[in-house]
Design a protein around this ligand. Structure first.
Ligand code: ATP
Length: 536
């Protein structure tokens, strides 16, 4: 593994991020040594941590919104009947066109959108064929004629059991799991509504052309919260007063062409745009999650309203959450807020013949669903895109400390004179509180660059002075400033700095930064004072 920043001049941002991602262990194509298949990726040791950080941030935040929200975990393989009930067998289709000569297959809507910059969501197969012909669009690989557009079902089918007669499917969305578990959980949770069931799990879609690298995958992870509620109470939200003055960043369907973003308070969204309080409240919470928890700059975030033609027929309201990513050329969908009515429970009730309606007081009804649906991998990619920075001397990911794969790196200045042993003690002590990495190879300057490149916000260097006075150098990734901190105060100091309660400059005695390589000057060895064992 080379130590130089992976930013050869002239390469674009996507290439640089992809190079760092695969070289440093964020993610790389799955089964690579046999020739990778598009849409399947392995998370390496750093990517796994980044993904886990995002998932726990999501879990803590969204499950924390109500005492009645819970998480379940379900199978990925489900019976055919589930998808008859959900409508996926009939409707989960993408428009496909094939080259009559090289037989390569493409998504017709993507070809049209790329060539004409018009959105063809909701357009029929016949009309798409006509658009292809009218615009003389040819096969992008060999410039031959394209065949008429057909619908292609995106679910992966499996034969289960020895006879192979049982047809089952990999779930195309994690959402079905809460609908299938609804009856059990409603009863187990004392028959109260509203309540929410969340899933963080895999979903599988046989995407026709997963061409956007890490963005459009065939196996991916979703984090979804399904909120079941009484439709008569859709204009009620428990903590409405906390959000009513909060401004949502909305790109309404009527403004979609210009991409205009309106900043509208939840109260205005409710009164003027008729977005029910339950939806507006949850949209505010989603926006706050992106801006305050993930640290996405405000101008890179928007809700995009889908019009009736673009959204699924059962969705009464559909807002995509889009983030502006340089690597994808603008705002792209990472999540969605969907008011799915009683379509899901209604469909499963009809097909399973199992009663899914509830009785609350003297009212009998099928609960409606508000879905908050997030693509975990797309959010991970967004973190890589938004926080990537290129400077003259280095590249870095300026990840917030709570998300970064490694929170603090420990660097023994030299590999002798008891410095490695002392550094190991500090590493072990910090490891109980933070995600720590021990880096003892190469010059200190190169080690800093390597950790900057993977987004490690803090570094601790243990040198000869540390052995004498029990202090270490704490380095801040973003400013590259350094302060000297007492080892016994290190954990508390780091916690305060991470929480934003203490400015980095005030975390210790300032160190006048020398060229890092020159810091390796040796000093006379003196035995260190042992760490306070009970604190380890
Ligand atoms: P798209 O329009 O991009 O195909 P979608 O509208 O079909 O996505 P949903 O069915 O609403 O997506 O799924 C919810 C979330 O799951 C999306 O917002 C996205 O973040 C994620 N997702 C969907 N399809 C994929 C995919 N093929 N690869 C990675 N993430 C995906």
């Amino acid at each position: 593994m080379g130590d130089k920043p992976s930013n050869p001049k002239g390469t674009n941002k996507t290439e640089i991020i992809m190079t760092i991602a695969s070289k440093r262990g964020f993610f790389y194509p799955s089964a690579e040594i046999y020739g990778a298949k598009a849409g399947f990726w392995t998370y390496g040791h750093l990517g796994t941590r980044l993904k886990q950080s995002w998932e726990s941030l999501w879990r803590n935040y969204f499950l924390g919104l109500s005492k009645s929200y819970f998480e379940i975990d379900d199978c990925n393989i489900m019976p055919k009947k589930v998808f008859e009930g959900s409508g996926h067998l009939a409707h989960f289709n993408d428009p496909l066109t094939e080259c009559e000569k090289c037989h390569f297959r493409f998504r017709a809507d993507q070809l049209i959108e790329d060539a004409t910059h018009t959105n063809v969501g909701g357009v029929s197969a016949e009309d798409m064929t006509k658009i292809l012909d009218d615009n003389k669009l040819l096969c992008p690989r060999c410039a031959s004629k394209l065949l008429p557009v057909k619908w292609f079902n995106m679910m992966f089918e499996m034969k289960v059991g020895a006879t192979g007669e049982d047809i089952m499917y990999l779930r195309p969305e994690s959402a079905q799991s809460p609908y299938l578990a609804f009856k059990r959980e409603f009863e187990a949770l004392r028959k109260k509504i509203p309540f929410g069931l969340a899933v963080i799990g895999k979903a599988y879609r046989n995407e026709i052309s997963p061409r956007q690298g890490f963005f459009r995958l065939r196996e991916f992870t979703q984090a979804e919260l399904q909120i079941f509620f009484d439709p008569d109470k859709i204009n009620e939200a428990e903590n409405w007063d906390f959000v009513k003055a909060y401004k949502l960043r909305l790109c309404l369907a009527k403004d979609a062409k210009e991409g205009k973003i309106n900043e509208i308070t939840c109260e205005e969204a409710n009164k003027e745009l008729k977005i029910p309080k339950l939806c507006a409240y949850n949209m505010a919470k989603v926006q706050q999650f992106y801006l305050s928890k993930m640290g996405i700059p405000e101008e890179k975030f928007r809700f995009r309203e889908l019009d009736e033609k673009e959204r699924a027929f059962y969705n009464k309201l559909h807002f995509d959450i889009e983030l502006n990513m340089d690597t994808l050329g603008g705002f792209k969908e990472v999540a969605g807020v969907h008011y799915r009515t009683n379509h899901d429970l209604g469909g499963h009730q009809e097909h399973s013949k199992e009663k899914l309606e509830v009785v609350i007081g003297d009212k009998r009804f099928i609960p409606h669903v508000l879905e908050l649906s997030f693509g975990v991998d797309r959010d991970v990619w967004a973190l890589m895109d938004v926080f990537f920075k290129e400077e003259t001397e280095r590249t870095l990911f300026a990840f917030p400390a709570g998300i970064a794969p490694v929170t603090v790196a420990v660097y023994p200045l030299v590999n002798k004179d008891n410095i490695p042993e002392y550094s190991t003690e500090i590493y072990e002590r910090l490891g109980k509180e933070f995600r720590v990495f021990f880096d003892d190879s190469a010059s200190i300057g190169r080690r800093y660059r390597r950790q900057d490149e993977i987004g490690t916000p803090y570094g601790i260097t243990i040198d000869y002075d540390s052995l004498n006075d029990n202090t270490v150098t704490l380095r801040d990734r973003d400013s590259m400033k350094q302060v000297r901190v007492k080892v016994d105060d290190l954990i508390q100091t780091l916690k305060k700095v991470i929480a934003g309660e203490l400015a980095f400059e005030k975390a210790g005695t300032p160190v006048v930064a020398k060229a890092p390589e020159k810091e390796e000057k040796e000093k006379a060895y003196k035995p260190h004072l042992p760490l306070n064992k009970h604190e380890k």
